[in-house]
Design a protein around this ligand. Structure first.
Ligand code: ADE
Length: 233
């Protein structure tokens, strides 16, 4: 048990999918897994373990932003022997060639955040996912006839900017903006574990288009299926 997670050690599988919204964790568990068991409801940050195609897997909400995913993922890696975390989230497009509902795979995450620096004196402004997990996700997407665009993510602490796109994100060739993957990849690095992140484009900072809540739910299914498929390799 930790201050944020009431699960016993053996209640969580080696691989955890992490949507930001805990209700999405419940949705995936109830729609795609069998034999499900809820292992956490501290702060309503719901977590479930079940079987996907006969193999154990866990799904847990991460909350929004790097401090939140930083806490939950660090505890999963260090207190629960979790080996792999795959974040499944939403992001905003920073380039015109990405459309709403496109699914993107982080090949790296750039950030201005001091998360890595404060956590372990790591001065790298770019953090990386596991290439093995990325390959597994690409294989799964191909099998499911889904496009998965690899690109660099901007992990930001800010959702509401006063003056539009952060120029640093463009200078650093980021194609999308979200708020978690930099901290997740850093935690995987310092604990010697694996992480990856796929996101659905939910809005465009270029065209100002946005998806509706209903549309986001359908798009979320595509991404969940890719992540579940990738977890089998
Ligand atoms: N997640 C989805 N859209 C986003 C945006 N525009 N900025 C940050 N995180 C996001």
């Amino acid at each position: 048990m930790t201050p944020h997670n009431q699960a016993k050690k053996d209640e969580i599988a080696n691989t955890v999918l992490m949507p930001g919204d805990p209700l999405r964790a419940k949705y995936i568990a109830t729609h795609y897994l069998t034999d499900i068991h809820c292992f956490n409801h501290v702060r309503n940050m719901l977590g479930y373990t079940g079987l996907y195609q006969g193999r154990p897997i866990s799904i847990m909400g991460s909350g929004m932003g790097m401090p939140s995913i930083g806490i939950y993922s660090y505890e999963l890696y260090t207190q629960y022997d979790v080996d792999t975390i795959i974040r499944i989230g939403s992001c905003g497009a920073l380039i015109p060639s990405l459309d709403l509902f496109d699914v993107v795979l982080a090949d790296s995450a750039w950030s201005r955040s001091t998360y890595a620096q404060e956590q372990s004196h790591d001065m790298d402004t770019i953090q990386y996912p596991s290439s093995a997990i990325n390959q597994a996700l690409q294989r799964a997407a191909k099998e499911q006839n889904q496009m998965l665009h690899p690109c660099r993510f901007h992990s930001s602490d800010i959702f509401y900017y006063e003056d539009g796109i952060d120029s640093g994100a463009i200078e650093n060739q980021c194609a999308v903006v979200e708020m978690e993957s930099f901290a997740l990849f850093h935690n995987a690095k310092v604990t010697g574990k694996k992480a990856a992140c796929i996101c659905t484009v939910s809005d465009s900072l270029v065209t100002q288009q946005e998806t509706t809540a209903q549309q986001r739910e359908t798009a979320f299914d595509t991404m969940a299926q890719i992540a579940l498929g990738g977890s089998l390799y």
